[in-house]
Design a protein around this ligand. Structure first.
Ligand code: BTN
Length: 330
């Protein structure tokens, strides 16, 4: 869903995070004061927080940069450009992943990319909700079709984690790491997550919807329900980082599209060394949960197939293809 042009213009005026009086907003948009007030109400329907101070006017608690194709396209690399068949920017959507699943069923082609300002039903892994407030974060999904079945793209999600870390490093973020299989962490707090949804017969063909959420700025109110330690780029790079949201989107597309497009059986080998260099769990005490079962031990890295290795107290090593890993206080 797209918001109205007037509401978009109002948001662009308020995007600087400074105070704007009702009179000024009305003059800029050639609307009456009461029409402005209605638009401000519409903003609160989008759960965009607004500060109103009498005598000063209205301001957003934090400035924001709206997603803008004209800022993203010129930053796309020559490798990524031809792989992008279409970039759709939505204001409000249930989930960019669900949307691309639907588009895939309707015949959508490889390289279809969907980003959104907000998601009403953002999906995390293991059926969790991905908190997706308006205008601040990255919610990105990419559709790709493969000739072979899902087995041929085993390990894709690990390769994607490496691409995301590299994009975040290019933005200037250091001390970044991967928590198996593909959570992106900064100093033991989650910064970004990847959800890969693969559909297709075992013999192929299949398609993947790669979903990525990056916390750029999480308003405290909306983040209150997040049940794990988390961080955002605003906290890492400072509050002016918001001006780089479109740039980060381009960096992510530049990193992800070539990996997704070129992935085939055996590709994991090309990124294992980098994945291992970003491993932020290596040597740490951890627990892995598989349904009702819980295994505890020390993380011993990943094997050549991307399986997690956990060493128990007796020194035995067990490998895991799936499961939910959490840090344990050592
Ligand atoms: C995780 O749990 O770590 C994965 C989070 C993935 C969230 C992204 S946001 C864009 C895309 N659309 C969704 O509904 N989910 C993914």
């Amino acid at each position: 869903m797209q918001i109205s042009t007037i509401l978009k213009q109002l948001l662009k005026l308020l995007a600087d995070g400074e105070f704007h009086s009702g009179t000024e907003l009305a003059a800029e948009l050639a609307l009456s004061r009461s029409a402005i007030w209605k638009q401000l109400q519409a903003l609160s329907d989008l759960e965009v927080e607004l500060h109103a101070v009498s005598g000063k006017g209205y301001k957003l608690p934090q400035p924001l940069q709206l997603l803008d194709q004209t800022q993203i396209s010129p930053l796309l690399s020559t490798a990524a450009q031809p792989l992008l068949s279409c970039l759709e920017i939505h204001d409000v959507i249930d989930s960019t992943n669900s949307y691309l699943q639907q588009r895939a069923r309707e015949g959508g082609e490889s390289g279809l990319v969907c980003v959104a300002e907000s998601q009403s039903a953002g999906k995390g892994r293991r059926g969790r909700l991905w908190v997706s407030p308006f205008g601040h974060n990255i919610y990105l999904s990419i559709l790709w079709r493969y000739q072979d079945g899902p087995a041929a793209i085993a390990g894709l999600s690990l390769a994607l984690g490496v691409a995301v870390v590299n994009a975040l490093k290019a933005l200037g973020i250091t001390e970044i790491g991967l928590k198996w299989p593909n959570d992106i962490y900064w100093r033991q707090q989650k910064l970004a997550g990847i959800l890969v949804e693969v559909s297709g017969e075992s013999g192929g063909p299949c398609h993947a919807v790669v979903g990525l959420g990056v916390n750029f700025y999480l308003p405290p109110q909306q983040a209150a329900g997040i049940e794990q330690p988390y961080t955002d780029i605003h906290s890492i790079l400072g509050k002016n980082a918001y001006t780089r949201r479109n740039e980060l989107l381009a960096l992510l597309l530049n990193g992800l599209l070539p990996v997704i497009a070129g992935y085939e059986a055996g590709s994991l080998q090309n990124c294992l060394a980098q994945w291992r260099s970003y491993d932020c769990m290596l040597g740490k005490a951890a627990a892995i949960y598989i349904g009702e079962l819980c295994y505890q031990g020390t993380v011993a890295g990943i094997d050549d197939n991307g399986l997690l290795l956990l060493q128990d107290e007796q020194g035995g090593i067990r490998s895991f293809a799936s499961g939910e890993v959490s840090f344990r206080p050592s």
